[in-house]
Write a protein that binds this ligand. Structure first.
Ligand code: PSV
Ligand code: MN
Length: 392
């Protein structure tokens, strides 16, 4: 029986899904910085996730991007490859943004043939989910317009509703659809699913198994993300997260690197809700960040440690004292309940938890000492040079 109030049970239950794309070479639109040990194939990415899971014990699943991970759309062997490494395939991320035909949109394209093609890819992704045993279909659309007048906004909304309904209808009972929102980029005038309210409305019209996905980098400056999280929780519409951090826009920096207090406040909203309804919620915690400068695997381990640390702190908030302060209208004490928990040194507690689970106390050090990166670099560099330097 899990006790939802204790740190060790909270850490036991926490699973963080890692993105396959977080282990490959990435960059900005100005260029890519290459790392010798960056993953090339799906097998490499799975090996890297397994290494993060080995030292943290909390990353058993991998998010896959259909066009980036499956050659010719063939996902068949992926489940077995993951299983061989003690992992499983997690969310399926269709890609209806990179092909040339999507220049003016995918499911909101004015051309019905292109809309059909995009829906076809989404339906194929549902099948991929069945094939690899995944119950999560995670949808992000780049659809939007760059100039006023370019698109008929209401018509595009209705095309979105139709498409998501059709895809939802095709999903097996066990599958959840996650609808992600983003205010801008790559579209710079309007984005068809620009915020959580639009995502929630579209998810509701799609069907009962569609929920909202909150990517922490997808908000305008100053937005109160924990308020959005609380609102979605209360509506029963919070499906999952893409965690990352940001300073200016969708910076994709590692989680908690800029504002760890925000991550703490988000996790506290969930902890508080779970306590009130006395059960853990099926929220998909995923990472969506790309590290151009940090070594990929170290960055992921650091990220996992950050989430674990903030969850532990959120679980330490004295909720009774907080409720008392709220009843008394004591603003200072209420805030101190959060600030004190946030300031707690949870290092010893987490190290003890790790010892109890046979995990290394210092995951980054253990990973560094394992020699994994040097081995990966020599194997992968050889393959990169034999393919003429092309980073497939
Ligand atoms: C878009 O910015 C996004 O957050 C979506 O989740 C994509 O699938 C992902 O990034 C690709 O990195
Ligand atoms: Mn995302």
């Amino acid at each position: 029986m899990t006790d939802i109030t204790t740190v060790s049970d909270g850490l036991d239950r926490l699973e963080i899904e890692l993105p396959s794309w977080g282990f490959a070479d990435t960059g900005t639109r100005f260029g890519k910085y290459l790392q010798d040990s960056a993953a090339i194939t799906l097998e490499d990415k799975l090996d890297d996730v397994a290494e993060v899971h080995r030292v943290t014990g909390c990353c058993p699943s991998v998010a896959v991007h259909v066009l980036w991970d499956f050659e010719n759309g063939k996902a068949g062997p992926a489940a077995a490859l993951a299983r061989d490494r003690g992992l499983r395939i997690g969310s399926i991320n269709p890609n209806v943004f990179q092909d040339q035909c999507y220049r003016l949109g995918s499911v909101a394209n004015a051309d019905s043939e292109i809309r059909r093609r995009a829906i076809g890819h989404l339906l194929d992704s549902v099948e991929i989910g069945r094939e690899v045993g995944s119950d999560l279909l995670s949808l992000w659309f780049a659809d939007g317009t760059n100039y006023p007048g370019q698109g008929h906004l209401r018509r595009r909304k209705r095309w979105f509703e139709e498409a998501l309904r059709e895809v939802h209808d095709a999903m097996p009972e066990s599958m959840t659809m996650l609808v992600e929102y983003k205010p801008f980029e790559p579209a710079f005038y309007h984005t068809d699913i620009a915020d959580w309210g639009m995502a929630m409305s579209l998810a509701r019209s799609a069907g009962p198994r569609a929920k909202v996905l909150v990517d922490t980098g997808h908000h305008l400056q100053g937005q109160n993300i924990e308020h959005i999280v609380a609102f979605l929780l209360d509506e029963g519409m919070l499906g999952g997260f893409h965690f990352n951090d940001r300073h200016y826009a969708d910076d994709d920096l590692t989680v908690g690197s800029i504002d760890p207090y925000r991550l703490f406040r988000i996790l506290f909203e969930i902890v508080q809700y779970e306590r009130e309804c006395t059960r853990p919620l099926p929220i998909a915690y995923m990472i969506d960040q790309s590290h151009n400068l940090k070594p990929k695997i170290e960055a992921m381990i650091q990220t996992v440690e950050m989430v674990q640390g903030m969850l532990a702190r959120a679980l330490l908030v004295d909720v009774e004292a907080l409720e008392a302060a709220r009843r008394d209208g004591d603003v200072v004490d209420a805030e101190r309940c959060l600030a004190d928990a946030f300031a707690t040194d949870v290092g010893p507690m987490i190290r003890e938890w790790r010892r109890g689970r046979g995990l290394p106390e210092d995951p980054i050090r253990n990973h560094r000492e394992s020699g994994y990166v040097a081995r990966a670099a020599s194997d992968r560099l050889a393959r990169k040079s034999s393919s003429g330097g092309s980073y497939a």
